[in-house]
Design a protein around this ligand. Structure first.
Ligand code: GUN
Length: 284
């Protein structure tokens, strides 16, 4: 038996198509949505992500503004740009690509973005709203995880979900969103004792540890759904996830590949959040 493959390219295309339709409605009624993206430094992965964000904006009919700074940009320069974008009525979403150069306090920067334009969902106001089940901007990668499960009609309510990884960007919000969907959620991390026995109980496994092939087939329950958030580079230059896909695919009931799984969902959900912001701000 082989698991059904959860195709992130197909699902992200569907999300972007819907975002494009809504962006067109905004455009016909008032104006198109607008996303401002800030990048500081020359982290190669960040440069690729930012380029792909611009491309997705073009595809969806979202105006994109890009602000690129060198690695020695000051905190003050970033804060003053964000101040002016916060005040600009024509800007719906502001995103500062992470990581920032090490001399910059990332929390200070993300907290300076006004919560109504925080399409990353990183501001404490949005984190608090998410935890209390209120409408808010939800971080794009975990939001994408939930969308994938829903698109494939994989039941979440009442199921056991195990999230492996506790980062602020993925693990913790993924756990909060699964809980909001009425899963029984366990979060595992590097200090977890008895990881295999815990993962074995899961109907849904979300792997977000950043370690290649860390989740092996013998840890999985027969027929479970496996969502692999990991993007790791192997010594031979290939991309692989946090799950040993080749073997896990014979145990799981449904599984995301890497690449082509969760990866494309992050940007699709960013488009969704930007359009959502625009509609709210325009009263549509
Ligand atoms: N760096 C890696 N992922 C993300 C993300 O989702 N948003 C931002 N702003 N930076 C990132």
């Amino acid at each position: 038996m082989s698991a059904q493959i959860i195709d992130g390219k197909e699902i992200s295309a569907y999300i972007k198509r819907k975002a494009a339709e809504e962006a067109a409605v905004c455009g016909s009624q008032k104006r198109n949505p607008c996303l401002a993206v800030i990048i500081a430094g020359e982290d190669p992965a960040s440069l690729i992500y930012v380029r792909n964000k611009r491309k997705a904006c073009e595809e969806c009919g979202i105006r994109s503004l890009q602000y690129a700074f060198g690695p020695d940009v000051s905190e003050g320069e970033l804060l003053s740009l964000i101040d002016s974008l916060n005040a600009d009525d024509g800007v719906d979403g502001i995103l500062c690509q992470l990581p920032l150069p090490s001399h910059i306090d990332e929390a200070k920067i993300t907290n300076s973005i006004c919560p109504e334009k925080d399409v990353d969902g990183f501001h404490p106001v949005n984190v608090g709203k998410m935890l209390s089940g209120k409408d808010c901007f939800v971080p794009c990668t975990p939001a994408g995880v939930i969308e994938m499960l829903k698109y494939k009609n994989i039941e979440i309510s009442g199921k056991r979900a195990v999230v492996v990884g506790r980062s602020n960007i993925v693990g913790k919000p993924a756990a909060a969103l699964l809980l909001a969907e009425n899963a029984t959620v366990t979060v595992c991390h590097s200090r977890t004792v008895g990881l295999k026995d815990i993962v074995k109980t899961a109907d849904i496994v979300v792997a977000a540890v950043g370690k290649p092939k860390f989740i092996t087939a013998d840890m999985l329950k027969d027929g479970c759904a496996v969502i692999d958030v990991g993007i790791n580079r192997t010594p031979d230059g290939k991309i692989c996830g946090d799950v040993d896909f080749e073997n896990a695919v014979h145990v799981a009931g449904a599984i995301t590949p890497v690449p082509g799984g969760v990866g494309p969902m992050t940007i699709a959900m960013l488009m969704h959040n930007t359009v959502k912001s625009c509609k709210m701000r325009l009263g549509l």
